[in-house]
Design a protein around this ligand. Structure first.
Ligand code: FE2
Length: 294
């Protein structure tokens, strides 16, 4: 029987009583979805799964998101099969990327608070991350509950942000890390999209702040004033009491709802392999209509 125990004062559940290497029953899938709606992040321990098993498990929650346009890695450089997102520090031969490798520079953007795929017009629903080889030290993933972040805003700020729309792009998150040397093709791939700043969960009806390092400005606002407000909101959302720190053990699998949380990875020794493999459940709708092409 699936059981879920809350492990943080405001969100995050630890799941027991399920083996993710096997096909799940309808009841098990429903219990996990209900747990996701309630806790926004679910942790499963001791799940030694293959890529195929991870993809099969992922499909219980929707279609797998097309990863195209989410990275600067070239087709011939991929280590993992289609459907898997490689968030390791490894090249195709399983060796840690060189310090000055562009792919490493790009991936350092994952150290910023973000919501996966907020740079896509239809952003992701869930992300599922499987720890195959963990860092000896560091490499924690931190999560922030964006429902609680919204609920704890003062009334005036809530009224201010309720109908705001932001522009998101990988160019903004990478640019804020000082990584701005992009080819014409990469720039074209990173064309900004619009996202609502406050979104409503389709099942629970709870509102959440939809922030991400990919958000670069607020529609109708000047860039510096946009960034000022976004920084302030990010600071509010990521206060320690609103954050859960996941210390990875080998074969942990963590699912998070990108519609209700942000996350970031912390530093680790990048000379050693850290093999983390993600699958992403596609979202089903835009949060707001996109601007007409100019
Ligand atoms: Fe991420």
């Amino acid at each position: 029987m699936i059981a879920i125990r809350q492990v943080h004062p405001v969100f995050v559940g630890e799941v027991s009583g399920v083996d993710l290497t096997r096909p799940l029953t309808k009841e098990e899938v429903a219990a996990i979805e209900a747990g996701m709606d309630r806790y926004a992040v679910l942790v499963f321990h001791d799940q030694n799964i293959t890529d195929d098993q991870q993809m099969a498990f992922t499909l219980n929650f929707g279609a797998i998101e097309n990863a195209k346009g989410g990275n600067i890695t070239k087709d011939h450089e991929y280590r993992l099969k289609q459907g898997m997102v490689d968030v390791s520090n490894l090249d195709k031969d399983g060796k840690p990327l060189a310090r000055d490798d562009r792919r490493r520079m790009f991936n350092l953007g994952n150290r910023l608070w973000h919501s996966d795929s907020s740079f896509r017009a239809i952003p992701a629903k869930y992300s599922l991350l499987s720890a195959r080889t963990v860092a000896n030290e560091g490499g924690n993933t931190e999560f922030a509950d964006m429902r609680n972040a919204y609920d704890t805003l003062d009334a005036k700020t809530r009224a201010l942000v309720d109908d705001m729309v932001c522009e998101h792009s990988l160019m903004y998150s990478r640019g804020s890390m000082g990584f701005s040397e992009l080819t014409e093709d990469e720039r074209a791939m990173m064309k900004p999209v619009r996202q609502r700043l406050v979104r409503t969960h389709p099942v629970t009806g709870r509102k959440s702040l939809y922030l991400s390092s990919h958000a670069g400005n607020i529609v109708g606002w000047l860039v510096p004033e946009s960034r000022d407000l976004l920084r302030d909101l990010n600071e509010h959302a990521t206060q320690r009491e609103n954050v859960y720190i996941h210390r990875w053990r080998q074969y942990d699998l963590v699912i998070w709802d990108n519609r209700q949380t942000m996350h970031r990875v912390r530093r680790f020794d990048e000379t050693k392999p850290r093999d983390m493999r993600r699958t992403t459940v596609a979202g089903d709708a835009m949060t707001v209509a996109q601007a007409e092409a100019a």
